[in-house]
Design a protein around this ligand. Sequence first.
Ligand SMILES: NC(=O)c1ccc[n+]([C@@H]2O[C@H](COP(=O)([O-])OP(=O)(O)OC[C@H]3O[C@@H](n4cnc5c(N)ncnc54)[C@H](O)[C@@H]3O)[C@@H](O)[C@H]2O)c1
Length: 300
Amino acid sequence: MLRLIARRVVTARAGGCREGRVGFSSTASWRGRLQGRIALITGGASGLGKATAHEYIKEGAAVILADIDSRLGPQAAEELGPQAQFVPCDVTIEQAVADAVDFTVTCHGRLDIMYSSAGIVGQLDKSDISQLDLDQFDRVMNVNVRGTLAGIKHAARVMGPVGSGSIICTASISGLMGGLGTHPYAISKFSVVGIVKSAASELCRRGIRLNCISPFAIPTPLVVHQFSEIYKGLERERIIEIIDSLGVLKGAKCEEIDVAKAAVYLASDDAKYVTGHNLVVDGGFTTFKHLNLPMPAEVV
Ligand SMILES: NC(=O)c1ccc[n+]([C@@H]2O[C@H](COP(=O)([O-])OP(=O)(O)OC[C@H]3O[C@@H](n4cnc5c(N)ncnc54)[C@H](O)[C@@H]3O)[C@@H](O)[C@H]2O)c1
């Protein structure tokens, strides 16, 4: 029998937790794969972070969206409902990441899942490494690498004493093969995979699992914006068609939900023995290359 009861949940408003009588939860026997878990998602205001927040909530978690975007962040939390809260956070500032983690623990008593999705691509214009703008490189590394590392550090700080937790970082197919992204972006994503392997070797001794996801191109605001810089003036729908046509797996395209479901898996007990792993969500794109052999008839 399905019975709905009012439940006390904590909602966040600028700078603090606030208790309120909002939201309903089901007492039916169905339990989500993340029932009762507490997740902090950097970059949760948009794209893959927001889609993951949505899936986490569907699976029974409460989610804190930590994002630099103080306009989109509260909007996203509002859309996601009473199980979502927003906390302003610039991941390049270590104290801001520490504060977001502490805010989560203050409001909910613990942190079960840390999902780092905050990321930028940087400028597109320079593909010539001899012309590389090192200030631009630093900006990308600061967000994608230092920000991710700060998330791992501070999540581990509060998960360690408890002896459990799942940390998930966002790498990319650009961190698996050369030539798929700009140098700063690709180097930053190769680094994320390296950080995961290095830190997982230690965190496993504290019961904390650390993994990353490497998505294929998905038409999130980040990627649509990037492509609109290349195809100036082209309408959004056409840009999305181009992005969706880049994959190799027939009959499917890579969508936000594919990454969100991978993030549910890695956060859940289904992945209880999975750590140090890079879960590639690319429809096989980086698995193979074909030899461009000439046709026999063409060979004399
Ligand atoms: N969309 C893709 O095709 C794709 C593919 C591979 C990897 N990724 C990675 O996925 C992650 C999410 O990207 P997305 O496509 O969802 O982009 P997005 O732009 O939709 O979302 C990124 C979010 O990160 C936030 N952010 C940026 N800088 C920040 C900072 N300093 N502190 C806190 N938040 C910050 C943004 O405000 C935004 O809400 C990124 O790490 C990206 O590199 C995306």
